[in-house]
Design a protein around this ligand. Structure first.
Ligand SMILES: Nc1ncnc2c1ncn2[C@@H]1O[C@H](COP(=O)(O)OP(=O)(O)OP(=O)(O)O)[C@@H](O)[C@H]1O
Ligand SMILES: [Mg+2]
Length: 270
């Protein structure tokens, strides 16, 4: 479990997160949304001790992020994937990129090769192992960044707008990979501006002005018009469609939140 207990954070004099209390359970797929500057990235950096709160406590499986001796272990347990994969690359081949992280933790050298290969296989990039990272597409680069994290055998993976720089196909493929990793048992924490991506979560958290202003199942959060209006959010397309259909007298069940599901329902209900 990842626990925030009354956490406050400031950059200099500017308070950015105020009194955040939050528990993220193993196996969740938590999506965090909210306007620009609301503190989402700051929250993600606190999760693996990249930055420290000035008040409160953050525990990663009972390890306090404020104890320097815990940081190495915490950074293995909580992997962070950022928006721009280029910022994360330092090696000359895809394979070395994944090996690099392993050299920093206590992995027996003769096991490194198979761990790196398994991780690349999981993200569908094993056949690119000798390619230079900068020659890959954006989506492929993100896959390699994810493989480098997977090789460390994390429990929690935090994606901070990891699809934002990708084309629609790249976005879709990274979302599919995220869902696949969640199915395999990884805890996913996903920060996004794309409301349709948020529908995939088991829980959505809305941050505004450094405060958690709403949380709940995606359908509940997005059906709350006050939350949508007050936090510069948009209603995901499938839910907009359901609203229009309901005005026309066609009520689609609440739990159906994909375009395919809605179309199927209309198709079979007549
Ligand atoms: N390194 C920094 N130094 C000073 N202020 C910062 C720094 N990083 C972020 N901030 C400020 O902290 C606030 C929260 O930023 P943060 O990046 O956490 O927001 P965000 O919700 O991730 O925004 P976005 O949606 O634009 O990514 C903003 O006002 C931002 O300007
Ligand atoms: Mg951000």
């Amino acid at each position: 479990m990842l626990t925030f207990d009354n956490v406050s954070f400031a950059y200099g004099q500017q308070a950015v997160l105020k009194n955040i209390s939050l528990q993220i359970m193993e196996g969740e797929f938590l999506t965090i949304i909210g306007p620009n500057g609301s503190g989402k990235s700051t929250l993600s950096k606190l999760m693996n001790g990249l930055i420290q709160p000035y008040l409160g406590q953050i525990l990663v499986d009972r390890l306090d992020t404020q104890s320097p001796q815990n940081l190495k272990e915490i950074r293995q347990i909580v992997g962070l994937i950022f928006q721009n994969p280029e910022d994360q690359f330092i090696s000359t081949t895809v394979f070395d990129e994944v090996i690099f992280g392993l050299e920093n933790i206590a992995v027996e050298p003769d096991k490194m090769q198979s761990i790196a290969e398994d991780a690349l296989k999981k993200v569908g990039m094993l056949s690119y192992k000798d390619v230079e990272p900068h020659k890959l597409s954006g989506g492929q680069k993100q896959r390699v960044a994810i493989a480098a994290i997977l090789a460390m055998k994390p429990k929690y993976i935090v994606f901070d707008e990891s699809t934002a720089m990708l084309d629609p196909n790249g976005q879709k493929s990274i979302m599919t990979l995220m869902q696949h990793l969640h199915d395999e048992g990884f805890t996913i924490i996903h920060i996004t501006h794309l409301m349709e991506e948020a529908l995939k979560a088991t829980r959505v958290l809305v941050l505004n002005g450094g405060v958690i202003v709403a949380e709940g199942a995606p359908v509940d959060v997005f059906h709350n018009s006050r939350v949508i209006e007050n936090n510069e959010l948009d209603v995901p397309l499938p839910l907009k469609l359901k609203g229009r259909l309901s005005e026309a007298g066609i009520v689609v069940p609440k739990q159906l939140v994909t375009l395919e599901g809605i179309v199927d329902y209309i198709w079979t209900s007549n």
